[in-house]
Design a protein around this ligand. Structure first.
Ligand code: NAG
Length: 279
């Protein structure tokens, strides 16, 4: 009897220690926190007017997301297979109120594009997908955000439809449930340690991808982001989708920015099969 009480006391203490609320800074720096949303007066059409730091959300000409017209994508023989090497790393799950993310707290591996190394820093989920393929929108999209030493950003993006469970998410489902129970105030974000996370499953099947230069899809909409959208759509279970949305409140359960104009940009495609045939 007494040992049960001790067990429960410890369980409560450890969950209190693991979960915490921290002040928000979605722009990634010490700037004052500015609230934005996905509809109404704080919605995407008005992001640029919410803060001078968000100017590019309105004025930028290379914005994301976009629709990918698969047939119009240009084969470029200089593109190479996405060289990624991910390792198991410790991570923290974060609900910043706008989306659910996973921030690696130890070295998680890297992606090499044109000889330049980008380190995997964090993941971010959006629902429904922000990018569309031939106009088709999917239930989820995950952005694998990589940064180079000189501050450039490269994102690998994976689209999901409902089906079999996603092996990556299986590792963090119970943490997502705990995150959903966290009650932090509006100007705070909830954080919970996810422990050691294996990212190997995220680097499979990159035989074909679409590349273009765009922006972050949330304010401050910073440009010069190298996007790599995997052609193969993966699956997650309905339960996993619900678990990813549950920690977000109301409006933010749908956190997809509208499609942005291409403004003359060309989307390139790398297809291993075609590249082998023509080389
Ligand atoms: C992850 O964190 C644990 C506990 O702090 C530590 O023992 C372990 O070495 C860390 N692993 C990595 C890969 O950093």
């Amino acid at each position: 009897m007494a040992s049960y009480k001790v067990f429960f006391a410890l369980a409560i203490i450890s969950s209190l220690v693991a979960l915490c609320c921290a002040h928000k800074s979605p722009t990634g720096n010490a700037q004052e926190f500015v609230k934005f949303s996905y509809s109404g007066s704080l919605g995407p059409e008005n992001w640029a007017s919410l803060s001078s730091a968000f100017e590019l959300c309105g004025k930028g000409s290379h914005q994301s997301p976009i629709n990918i017209d698969c047939k119009a994508a240009v084969h470029d023989s200089s593109l190479q297979c996405l060289k990624r090497d991910y390792v198991a790393a410790n991570a923290t799950l974060v609900n910043n109120g706008f989306n659910i993310g996973l921030v690696y707290t130890s070295e998680a591996g890297s992606l090499v594009i044109s000889g330049k190394k980008y380190s995997l820093k964090h993941l971010r989920w959006h629902s429904p997908s922000e990018h569309t393929l031939d106009g088709e929108r999917f239930p989820f999209e995950v952005n694998l955000i990589h940064e180079s030493k000189d501050g450039n950003v490269a994102i690998v993006s994976i689209l999901y439809r409902y089906g079999n469970a996603d092996p990556f998410l299986l590792q963090i489902t119970d943490k997502l449930d705990q995150l959903a129970k966290a009650s932090c105030s509006e100007d705070q974000e909830a954080r919970i340690s996810a422990g050691l996370v294996h990212s190997r499953s995220l680097k499979l099947s990159t035989r074909k991808y679409y590349r273009y230069v765009g922006s972050l899809t949330t304010p401050p909409c910073t440009e010069n982001v190298v996007w790599n959208i995997l052609s193969e759509v993966r699956t997650l279970s309905k339960e996993q989708g619900d678990a990813l949305r549950a920690p977000l409140v109301g409006d933010y359960q749908k956190n997809s920015r509208p499609i942005q104009p291409l403004n003359g940009r060309v989307v390139q495609v790398y297809d291993k099969v075609t590249n082998v045939k023509t080389n």
